[in-house]
Design a protein around this ligand. Structure first.
Ligand code: SF4
Length: 211
């Protein structure tokens, strides 16, 4: 039987060594805190070739590293393979957030995470993407399952809604406590453009598409 807690988050049966894909420090903070409180010491993997430009990527990466290292966790990163990421989402540039481009983006990052998990001998991988209210949990789960299949099930995807169990509120508190850099757009150049358009829409007194 899976280890349960009353907060609607449970550790999957057999999960011992966790590779946690971290999209950024703010999204990681409450999840890492929860894992540590439940006896799990994840390896934190920063694999986000989607982020643009490089300066933004570096800023988020350094925050992620600062956070993980301050907790004594192993933190590793991947290359900024942005050209590869662009090739992966080609033809989907105009898709809205939560559309086909995002599913492909999640699948690319989580497949890399699954491969890294196998390489490191981790039995389970999870992602902090599933803590953001702007992202589709269904897409994240679909991407995680595809990643698990890509490694023949050698590492299992921990599909978890990380907004539950009070973690959404805790994320806000930790963001303030640590003074994390809090980005204003999802990550890629297309979401950056959307963010600018939304800001202009708000300035005109209209409702943004999201925000
Ligand atoms: S909006 Fe975010 S999730 Fe979607 S493709 Fe861009 S970086 Fe990836």
């Amino acid at each position: 039987m899976a280890r349960q807690n009353k907060e609607a988050i449970s550790v999957p049966e057999g999960a011992e060594r966790i590779l946690l894909h971290a999209c950024c420090a703010p999204c990681s903070s409450a999840i890492v805190e929860w894992m540590l409180a439940h006896g799990l010491h994840p390896v934190v993997y920063y694999c986000n070739p989607n982020i643009y430009p490089l300066a933004e990527y570096t800023k988020r990466k350094e925050e992620s590293k600062r956070h993980a290292v301050s907790l004594g966790l192993t933190w590793i990163d991947d290359d900024w393979a942005h050209a590869e990421w662009q090739a992966c989402v080609r033809g989907l540039e105009s898709e809205p957030e939560r559309g086909g481009r995002c599913l492909r983006c999640f699948t690319m990052r989580l497949t890399a995470t699954a491969r890294k998990a196998v390489e490191l001998g981790c039995d389970t991988f999870a992602t902090t993407l599933a803590s953001s209210r702007w992202k589709s949990l269904e897409q994240i789960e679909q991407a995680g399952r595809a990643a698990e299949a890509a490694v023949g099930g050698q590492a299992r995807f921990w599909a978890q809604n990380w907004r539950k169990g009070g973690l959404q509120q805790r994320r806000i508190e930790l963001l303030r406590e640590h003074g994390f850099y809090n980005q204003q757009y999802c990550g890629c150049e297309y979401s950056q453009r959307q963010s600018v358009e939304d800001t202009e829409t708000v300035a005109l007194g209209q409702q943004p598409l999201q925000g």
